[in-house]
Every structure is written in C-alpha cells, then in structure tokens.
Design a protein around this ligand. Structure first.
Ligand code: GLA
Length: 403
C-alpha cells in the first residue's frame, strides 16, 4: 500500500483533497521483552514500515473513517466518544484506537473536532511490530494538526498507552508508542521506562531486520496471558517489598536479592521475576554492545532473551521457537528472538544486507519443513519516527518530514 493509493482512495471516498497526511512507523525490539510495564529498560528501533492517515476536518458532526487494508468503514462521535471498551465490554477492533484517542484527549480537556480519514499501511497487523501503536500515533499526529495543537513525544506516547490500558484494556507498557514517535533513522533507542530518558544509539548502515511471521494471531485484550503476566509481576513485587522496602517494581530487584529471596515467591512468580531481572541486565549490556558495534554480542543476548521469554516468562509458542532457532542458526545471522508480546506474532532476526537472503531462505525452509506452510518474512530497515508527510507538486507529490 502506497501513500498515493490512500490519497486516491480519500478522493474517491470524500470527493475532496485531504488537509493532512500523517505517518507513524511500527517498531522492532532488539532487547527488553515484557519489562516496560515493570519500568525496566528496552532497546527498540522504529522500522521503515508504517501506517498513514489521510484526513480532513469533517463536513458533518460524525468522524468517518475507512480502513483501506481491511476494506472496513466506521463512524462515531469524537466529541462525545463512547465509554471505554474495558468498562462496557464487547469485542475490540481497530475503531477503538481513534475512538480511544478522542476519549483520552477529551480527558485532558483537548476536545478534538470530527474528521474524515482513510488509513492503511505496510505493517503486518497483529504480528508484534506494533501496528496498533502506529495506528494510534498516526491518528494522533493527524488530529493534532487538524485541531491546531501540538503535543510533545512523551505526551503522545503516554496518550497512546492510556488508550491501550484504559480504553482497550490491554495492560501494555509505553515502549511501542515511544518507539513510534521517537524513532530516529539509523538509530535504536535505549529507553528507561521509568524516567523516560532515552538515548539514540547508532545502528550499522546495512543492518536488516528480518521479521518472520508465524501467522498465529492472538488478540491481547482477551484470551491470552498478557494481562496475567503484568499481574504476576506486580504480585511478585508486592511479595518482595516487605523484604526490600525501597522496591517499587521488579526493575528495582538486584540479581543477588532475587537469589536470597526466591523462597518468598511461589512458582511461577520466581521465574517471572528472574526473567525481568535478567532481561533488564541484557538490555543494558546489549546497548553497550551496540555502542561498540559488536553485533555478535548483541545477537547472543537476543538468543538469551528468547530462551528467557520461553522458559521463564512462558510467552513463546512452538512456531516462534522454530523460527528463532532456524534464524539464529543461519550463517550470517547475528541473533533472533520473539518480538512484541509473544503468544504468536513474529520473530525478529538481525543480519547484514549481504546475509539477509540466505537467513531468510534458511528460516523459511525450516518452518515449512515443520509446519507445511511457508512463513512470510519481511525485510525491514531502521526507520524514522512519526510525523506529518509534506505534500509537494508533481513529479514527486509526497515527501516525508519529521515533525
Ligand atoms: C507489547 C506491548 C509492549 C510490551 C511488549 C512486550 O508489544 O504493547 O508494551 O510490553 O508487548 O515486550
């Protein structure tokens, strides 16, 4: 899907030119699985795949949206949005993201005007590369532009997280939205999820992310252990606090304290805590490896992260394990791990440009051999963060700028 197709669809649908085009990327996470909501450290990068929102102020009172990739449309009242799905129940769909934004902005006394928009992109949906955060951030940037106010990146990410936590009902952390708004071309981001301090760390020019998709999808709001994992981490922190009064979340736990106090945590809380403690350490070590340009060391940490996500955090499935093992074992691959929430979705592998085809072939063949179907594998680069897409006259009608 190209942005030009979205503009054409907008013209067909609304019979007019759009006022704004906003773009927000997905992300790949090098290290830092399931530690953001325990206020740990993560190491994501925005990728060069994104969601675009092509929009104008609505002529009527309703917000009317068309999801081009899905062939679906929806209309709602953005001035008085419906209460959170988390409260009223019912299934969640893509509409919850723009609707939840209108609700979250309204809570901040930032009432948004009704808009008309077409959106779509080239991010695999529900695959662990944050398509939902990209939808949120692209709509937010478009809405800000049309309403005439501007939020900073931290506010944007916080609003996206609030939509997930309070409107949709997924107890996610802030990593995805943060990476989507703060991503920088040619850089990964070391993010402290407590202070929100972040350091862009350069990535090699020929770095390729191979995002290998299991094709298995699980909605995070229901039916998976995502919210259970967060509750387990908070319960473990509650049990440890009487012994470690300074501890707020598992991020504050030192490896030596975990060894000493393991008896306080009944299974599986001991393994959950071990994952968080070791993963935080891996992120800081991985950031240092990246600063040094040591991709082999970074890749080893990714493999350890996958094992810990599988054995201690229980968020892997066989399809992910097969992809991870095949990718990590292919010549020229630095490392691979499940990305995003797990329970399905994708494995992210990193390699040089020269090795990417070989790694892709090896990974696809191993998966096909085991499951009898060929997996989709997307080759992505590190991309830039969310912003407005400036429009220019032909022959190059669109040029992206960072906001
Ligand atoms: C999802 C959530 C993130 C993070 C990851 C796991 O992508 O949205 O906040 O918890 O899972 O690392």
């Amino acid at each position: 899907m190209k942005v030009d197709d979205l503009v054409d669809a907008f013209r067909d649908r609304f019979g007019a030119e759009p006022d704004v085009i906003a773009r927000a990327p997905g992300r790949a996470n090098l290290l830092g699985a399931h530690v953001d909501y325990s206020e740990g450290w993560v190491l994501p990068a925005a990728i060069d795949r994104a969601v675009w929102v092509v929009a104008r102020l609505a002529r009527g009172a309703e917000t009317r949206l068309a999801a081009l990739d899905l062939g679906e449309e929806a209309a709602f009242d953005a001035v008085e949005p419906a209460p959170p799905i988390a409260e009223r129940g019912g299934p969640s769909s893509w509409v919850a993201y723009p609707q939840g934004l209108a609700w979250a902005l309204g809570q901040r006394a930032l009432q948004v005007p009704p808009i008309e928009a077409v959106f779509g992109g080239d991010l695999p949906v529900g695959a662990g590369v944050s398509s939902s955060a990209a939808v949120e951030m692209a709509f937010l940037v478009a809405w800000e532009h049309l309403a005439g106010f501007e939020l900073d990146g931290i506010e944007r990410a916080g609003i996206g997280r609030q939509v997930e936590n309070e409107y949709v009902g997924v107890q996610s952390g802030i990593m995805d939205q943060f990476a989507s708004v703060h991503g920088r071309e040619g850089h990964a981001l070391l993010l402290d999820c407590r202070s929100l301090e972040h350091e862009p760390i350069p990535t090699p020019e020929d770095l390729v992310f191979l995002v290998a998709d299991t094709g298995v999808r699980r909605a995070l709001a229901s039916g998976t252990g995502f919210n259970d994992r967060k509750s387990e981490c908070f319960r473990a922190a509650d049990l440890l606090r009487p012994h470690l009064p300074g501890l707020s979340t598992l991020r504050d736990l030192e490896p030596a304290d975990l060894d000493r106090l393991r008896h306080v945590l009944e299974p599986p809380l001991d393994r959950r805590a071990r994952h968080v403690v070791t993963e935080c350490r891996r992120v800081l070590d991985g950031a240092e490896a990246l600063r040094q340009g040591d991709l082999h060391a970074l890749g080893d940490l990714m493999a350890q992260s996958h094992r810990s996500s599988r054995d201690d955090y229980d968020v892997s499935i066989e399809e992910l394990d097969v992809l991870q093992e095949a990718a990590a074992g292919a010549e020229g691959c630095y490392g691979a791990r499940l990305t995003g929430a797990g329970f399905g979705g994708c494995v992210t592998a990193i390699s040089s440009e020269a090795a990417a085809d070989h790694v892709r072939q090896q990974t696809a063949s191993a998966f096909e051999h085991r499951f009898g179907r060929r997996p989709e594998i997307h080759a992505c680069r590190v991309g830039r963060g969310a912003g407005i897409v400036a429009r220019e006259p032909n022959p190059r009608p669109f040029q992206e700028t960072q906001s």
